[in-house]
Structures are given as C-alpha cells and as structure tokens.
Write a protein that binds this ligand. Sequence first.
Ligand code: 1CP
Length: 343
Amino acid sequence: MDTKLVKVIKGESLFPPPIWMMRQAGRYLPEYKHTRETAGSFLKLCYTPVLAAEVTLQPIRRFGFDAAILFSDILVVPHALGRDLRFEENQGPVMTPLTEKDIEKLDVINVIERLSPSFETIERVRSKLDDKISLIGFCGAPWTVATYMIAGHGTFDQASARLFSYFHPQAMNSLLECLIDVSVDYLLKQINAGADVIQIFDSWAGALDNISFERMCIQPVQRMVKKIRQIYPEIPIIGFPRGANLFYKDYAEKTGITALGLDWSVPLFFAERLQKDFPVQGNLDPMRLVAGGDALDCGVDAILAKLGKGPLIFNLGHGIIPNTPIKHVEQMIKRVRRNQINN
Ligand code: 1CP
C-alpha cells in the first residue's frame, strides 16, 4: 500500500497534506543533542547505524511526521571518495579544496563499501517504521557536492566552483561524471535497502547562470534520473533545485523528477502553475518557524490556501534552523492538520 507521501507524489491531492521537514533530525531537538554527544562527532553519528537510525526516528516519534529521512549528510559521498572532511562546531564542513589533479585520484572503487553504514541505517529504520510512513533516501546533486569539494567549505555565491567550471571545463565535466555515477549507485543501494522515496538536494542551483544551469544542474540530474529509472522505473524522486527561480519549470520538465521541492522564495502563484504538471513540496520560510505566532500561521495558511487543493507535500522551503522552538513545530503541524475531517 502506498504511503500518503507516495500517493501525493503519484499525483493524488490529499487534505490535510502529508508533512515532513528538511533537516528534521537536528540540533533543535534535545534528544538529538544527546545522541550526538554519545556518538562523539557528527560523522561518527552518520556512520554508526544504530545511532543514525535512532536520530532518524526521533522526529517521527515526537511529531508523527509522514516521512522519515535517512540521517546522513550530502558530504559523505566526497568523504567516501577519499577526500578529507571534518565538521567544525558553528562553522560547518571543512575539506581540503580539490584541484584538477585530484579528480583522477578519487577512489571510485571503494566508495560504495564506505557508504554501506547508510544502507544498514535504512534497514534498521525501515524495520521499526510504520508502513504508512515513508522513508526518504537522499544525496546531494553533483553540482552542489562539487561546490563543497572545490571551495573546501560552504560559501554564499559558489564563486570558486563557478570559476573552476570556466577555467577547467573538462575537469569539471569529469568531476560531475564521477559524482553522477557514484550518486546513482548510492541511491540504488538506498532504494534496495528500503527507501521508498528519493530526494536530490541541489542547494546551490540558484548560483548558476542560464548556460551553467543547463549544463551543471539539469543535465547531471537528468542523467541520474534516467539511470535510476532503468532499475527502478516507479521510484518517486523529489528534486530540490534551491533558488532555481524561473528555471524551476525547465528543471522539472527536463530532468524527469516526479515531484518538485520549492524553496521559500518561489511565489505561490508560480508554485500553483508548476503544481498543474508536478506535485510540489514546500515552501514555508524556516524563519517563520523560528518566529512562531501570527507570522507562522499566516505562512502556513497562505500555502494551504494556494496549494492545498492540488498534490502538495507540506515542508519548509529549506532546512529547519537550529534555534527553532519545538513549540513552533507543534503549532505548524497542528495548523496543517487541523482540517482532518475533510480527508
Ligand atoms: O549536528 C550537527 O551539528 C551537524 C549539523 C548537520 C546536520 C544535522 C549537518 C552539517 N548535516 C546534518 C544532517 C543532514 N544534512 C541531513 C539529515 C537528514 C534530515 O534530518 O534532514 C540532510 C538531508 C543534509 C543535507 C545537506 N548537508 C545539504 C542539503 C540540504 C541543505 O540544507 O541545503 C547540505 C548543503 C549539507 C552540507 C552541510 N552539512 C552540515 C552543514 C552545516 C551543511 C551546510 C554547510 C554550508 O553550506 O554552510
């Protein structure tokens, strides 16, 4: 039987809509902080299936979301390719910036074996999760993962990766090719382990101009979707090209994804048009969730009023912010689900 999430991704309209939150396992939850302390470091938490499964399930237990998402990070892929990676407190990921010469040294032989803790996490979560709840597997899109590999850390404009793509177009192609292949294998194994929906995070799609968007965002994801569908023709795939703006439509049509994750800057009238052809997911401003009160209620109501009649997965327009009060998450869920009677 399909879960609510899968029904919507296949085009059904449900009211109230299914709901989950990007980064729903994380530092705003005391139980997450506790498990993270037990693990010792963020990466150890990602690579220890018992603990990763525990934090994956925490937001489901507390809030009753309609989907769990594998606890890991998009940067475990470059890490498994042999790049160094550490997470600095309050600074995020740090890696040695990648040069042209490093690309051929990426360890494509052992990468999937190194990622195997995630498959065990998925199996563990699936065995404990109610059948009605989806388990989302994920990876970063090649462009977004490449931005971190090239700069060595997060940036706001992805200047280093854009420049790299102009100075070294061949090297950039090789890097994207490598990431396409590895990410496809990684996702196939996640599906095989029990993920029933996949999300591809292209968090830095918005940094690209028209030509680069086509080449480095659309084409790689299009190729990934095609390869995944050769093995799993029916698997629902949510694409999240954050900041894609007017390119959202092109992205959805050309990549072949099943549903479209919208960031909070997407105007609701435009979202409504996209929803005629694609189920949509989103797009509450995470700052409204920090603020609570009327700011939160208004944001929720506007999304439900405009998109609630079509296929909608209610979500934030980007990840939850660590200082979000738990009470506000409860308020949001209550508001989204208040109209149970119409279901
Ligand atoms: O515990 C901690 O202090 C680490 C914080 C943290 C967490 C909880 C990071 C570091 N990653 C995660 C988990 C994570 N990351 C998940 C888990 C599943 C969930 O509950 O949603 C997922 C899906 C991600 C994906 C991810 N990591 C993205 C794509 C989505 C997005 O937010 O745009 C990106 C860009 C990353 C890189 C990353 N990892 C962590 C940080 C702080 C960052 C962003 C760094 C930056 O650009 O500044």
